[in-house]
Design a binder for this molecule. Structure first.
Ligand code: MF3
Ligand code: CO
Length: 260
């Protein structure tokens, strides 16, 4: 069941999405070589709480953190730990904020100091594929148009698309219908209608597409242990011009010339 949101509900989604965006902007100020993801997790929790939000991932299906921490080969759903970030790492930060019963979901992958050019290119391409997918999210198009746009763009550059994890509808629940895969055929799947809210989130691998789940039951990593990048926005279908509720602007402001 796909729920179309009212303008009032979309404004609540916007509030949640803005706090999610500000949270990643705050994290951007702290993310650096030597910092542990445990430390970053406590910064995020405090920030969300102090700004009147609820960290929706914390306790979701038993997930133990406010943010999913995705270091290098971790694709999604990593736990915070005492691992200290190192120059050359990449760190995906995936956060969901709930305010007044509605959710905003986003992810950004940060380079830590100087990173290998091939890994930088993976990140740039993954972020670009997100915006290309968003441009395909027009009224009257289908989910498969978003999926195929992301897949063809990333595969043309030699990367592989994770298939086990998808984007999703979002609203009163973090995960709603429809599923938004990052691979698929054009003109297939549910038709996009104005007021539908979806989270688009390409998860793209430098090596093979295969992933495994660690024994903790959550952490998803590439089977070949090569890096994976992940960017995500929450958007609303709005005619030819999708409205992007989350933003990377706060990250850009914090990172200045280090922003990619
Ligand atoms: N942003 C993730 C997603 O899109 C959040 C899920 S993490 C969980 O699905 F722990 F909450 F499940
Ligand atoms: Co999501």
């Amino acid at each position: 069941m796909i729920y179309i949101k009212t303008p009032q509900e979309i404004e609540k989604m916007q509030q949640a999405a803005t706090l999610a965006s500000m949270t990643l902007g705050e994290l951007a100020k702290w993310i650096a070589p030597g910092v542990t993801t445990n430390r970053l997790e406590s910064i995020a929790r405090e920030y969300i709480h102090d700004n009147g939000g609820h960290a929706a991932c914390l306790g979701y299906g038993g997930f133990p953190a406010a943010v999913c921490w995705e270091v290098n080969e971790t694709v999604v759903h990593g736990f915070p730990s005492n691992y200290a970030l190192r120059e050359g790492d990449i760190l995906g930060t995936d956060v969901v904020v709930e305010i007044d019963g509605f959710h905003g979901d986003m992810c950004y992958t940060f380079p830590i100091g100087e990173i290998a050019p091939e890994v930088m290119d993976l990140c740039v391409t993954t972020k670009e594929s997100l915006y290309k997918g968003i441009q395909a999210a027009r009224e009257g198009n289908r989910i498969g148009d978003i999926s195929n746009t992301i897949q063809t763009f990333c595969e043309a550059k030699g990367y592989s698309v994770v298939r086990e994890m998808c984007g999703h509808g979002i609203g009163k629940h973090m995960h709603e219908d429809p599923e938004v895969p990052n691979f698929g055929r054009r003109s297939t799947g549910p038709i996009l209608k104005n007021g539908m809210c979806i989270a688009i989130e390409p998860m793209i691998n430098l090596g093979a597409r295969n992933v495994v789940i660690e024994r903790d039951g959550w952490t998803c990593r590439t089977r070949d242990r090569k890096p994976s990048a992940h960017y995500e926005h929450t958007i609303v279908i709005n005619g030819m011009e999708p409205r992007i509720l989350t933003t990377f602007d706060y990250i850009k402001e914090a990172l200045q010339q280090r922003y990619i």
